[in-house]
Design a binder for this molecule. Structure first.
Ligand code: TPP
Ligand code: SF4
Ligand code: MG
Length: 250
């Protein structure tokens, strides 16, 4: 089945480092789309910069926008405002979405912008050499924390839930069926509000080999599951309703 899904949805078969979870995430996202919709006709995928940002672009045979570092949510908000009928999906990394783009993440959640965001949390800046990120567990060894990370990490799914999102969940790449169900839910919820799925997928090249202990600690600290699932009026819907009632808003 996955072979047919690859033929149907991929321009090129992804090649990440050996053991990298990004290939599993490609499969989970595409399987969820295939089950729910059978095609990507109404989708626009946006990503920032980093290994995770390569998941949709250039791989997906679909409309994709590879944006600048930290900014995919801002572009996604613009796309959704321009055409609210589209399914707008951001797929990017922890550094991109919670480091340089952290402010956009919390404000999109606060505004309840109708987009789906999938954050691949590999616990470091993978692409640029394994520097520590805002989600690196305390004590972890990275290329910039050789004596152990002195900082505490964000609990991303809870952060986004408390900022105002309609949906927030966290799974790991080892939880295939729960992850795919959450992605499906986030596609549907993302048409009515801000929907967020964090995927724990430690960078095998830059993180796991140095940090088996810290990774196990991180797993114990950060529970998996759904952290919020509510209905609130979305930002883009309000903008379009406002424009109908008050044409001077246009
Ligand atoms: C403005 C800007 N600053 C820094 C960089 C360098 N840079 C590229 S990717 C990246 C980190 C990406 O980390 P993450 O989003 O976690 O993606 P990963 O590679 O770990 O999947 C950085 C700092 C850049 N491209 N642009
Ligand atoms: S550097 Fe890390 S995140 Fe990037 S492809 Fe390799 S294993 Fe995956
Ligand atoms: Mg990362």
């Amino acid at each position: 089945m996955i072979k047919e899904i690859h033929e149907k949805f991929l321009r090129v078969v992804p090649k990440f480092c050996l053991g990298c979870g990004n290939e599993k995430i490609v499969d989970s996202v595409l399987s969820a789309i295939n089950d729910l919709y059978g095609n990507t006709d109404d989708f626009v995928f946006l990503s920032g910069i980093g290994c995770a940002a390569w998941i949709p672009s250039p791989h997906f045979k679909a409309d994709t926008i590879h944006t600048t570092h930290g900014r995919p949510i801002t572009f996604a908000t613009g796309v959704k405002i321009a055409n609210p009928n589209l399914k707008v999906v951001v797929i990017s990394g922890d550094g991109d979405l919670a480091g340089i783009g952290g402010n956009h993440l919390i404000h999109a959640a606060r505004r309840n912008v109708e987009i789906t965001t999938i954050c691949v949390n590999n616990l470091v800046y993978g692409m640029t050499g394994g520097q520590y990120s805002p989600t690196t567990p305390a004590g972890a060894i990275t290329s910039t924390t050789s004596a152990g990370n002195m900082e505490y990490s964000f609990d991303l799914a809870r952060l986004v839930a408390s900022a105002g999102a309609s949906y927030a969940a966290r799974w790991s790449t080892s939880h295939k069926s729960q992850l795919e169900n959450s992605i499906k839910k986030a596609f549907e919820k993302g048409q009515r509000g801000f929907a967020f799925v964090e995927i724990i997928s430690p960078c095998t090249t830059q993180f796991t080999r140095r940090n088996l202990k810290a990774f196990n600690l991180a797993r114990k600290d950060q529970n998996l599951g759904e952290f919020i699932d509510i209905e609130r009026e979305g930002f883009v819907k309000k903008i379009w309703e406002g424009m109908k009632e008050n044409p001077s808003m246009r």
